[in-house]
Design a protein around this ligand. Sequence first.
Ligand SMILES: [Fe+2]
Ligand SMILES: [Fe+2]
Length: 305
Amino acid sequence: MEYQSPFENWYTYSTVHKPLPDFTCETGLVLFPPELVPGVGHPLVDKLGNHATRRLMMRKLESYNAFTEKLEYKAVMAASIKLAQDPQAFGLSEQAGREARLIVTDESHHAYVAIELIKRIPGFSELPPLASSQPPFLRGLEELEKSLPAEFADDLLIAFVAISETLITSILRGIPRDRRVVSAVRNTVRDHCIDEARHHSYFVYVVHQHWASSAPDRREILASLYAKLIRLFLDPNIDLCRACLLEAGLDPHDAEVVLRDYYSPERVAAGIRADSFPTLKLMERVGVLDHPTARPAFVEQKLID
Ligand SMILES: [Fe+2]
Ligand SMILES: [Fe+2]
C-alpha cells in the first residue's frame, strides 16, 4: 500500500498547536454519558442518592483519563518510537517512519491534557486517590509477550497499537456531540478525536504494511494475535468497576448484582462487536481473515460467527 501522509497540515490542525480546550464545567450537566457509567441509573445505586451517582461519574471520568494517559505513554508512544527508528522492520516507507515522530508528539500532548482535565474538575482534589492497579491491557501484553518467541516482542506492541488506533470506541464517537455532558469533557474528547482521525489513517497503512511485509512465520503469529488484542483492548475492567461501586456505597452483594446486570455476556459481546467493526473490516481488507489460523481465533474471541 502506498503511503499517503495524513500529516500534511499537521502544523495547522494538530491540537498540540492550539490553546488548551475550554475546561468549563456547567452546573446541571453530567461528567460522562450516564449509560456509559456502570451502576448509574440502576435502582440499587439510585437508592443511595445523588452523591453515589456523582461519585461514580467522577471515578469513570478519572479512570478513562488515567487509562488514556497510560495507553499513550506505555503503548502508543513506545510503538511510534519503534516505527520511527526502524520503519523497514514493519514494511513502512521512509517518510512514514519520519512522521511517526509526529504521533509521539500528539500522544504526549493527549496524555498531558487528559491529566489536566481531571485536575480541573471541581471536587476532584478532595477525592481520595483511587487504588491504582496496572490496567488490564498492560498485564495482558506482558502475558502475551511471555507466550511468544522473544523476536516477536516488537510485533506484539505494533499490532496492539495498530488495533487500538484503528478502533473507534463509543466514547470517542459519542461524547463531542452529547449536550448532556459538560463542555470540559466534550471539548477535550473532540480535540483528541481530531488528532486520532489522522492516526487512524496512519495505522491502517501500518496494518497493511506490517502484514504484507511479514514472512509466513510472522503471519502465523499475527493472525491469531490480532483477535486476542482486540478483546484485550475492549474488554471492560470489571475489577475497577467493582471497586467504584463499593466506594459509592454498595455492599459486595449489590455490587455484584449491578455488575451482572450491566455487563451481561450479550451486552458485552454486542458492545465489542460494534466498537471493533471498523477494525474487523480492515482485517478483512488486508487479508488477515484469509489466513487459516485467523478465522478460528476471531471466532474463539467471539468477534465473528
Ligand atoms: Fe491519542
Ligand atoms: Fe493516536
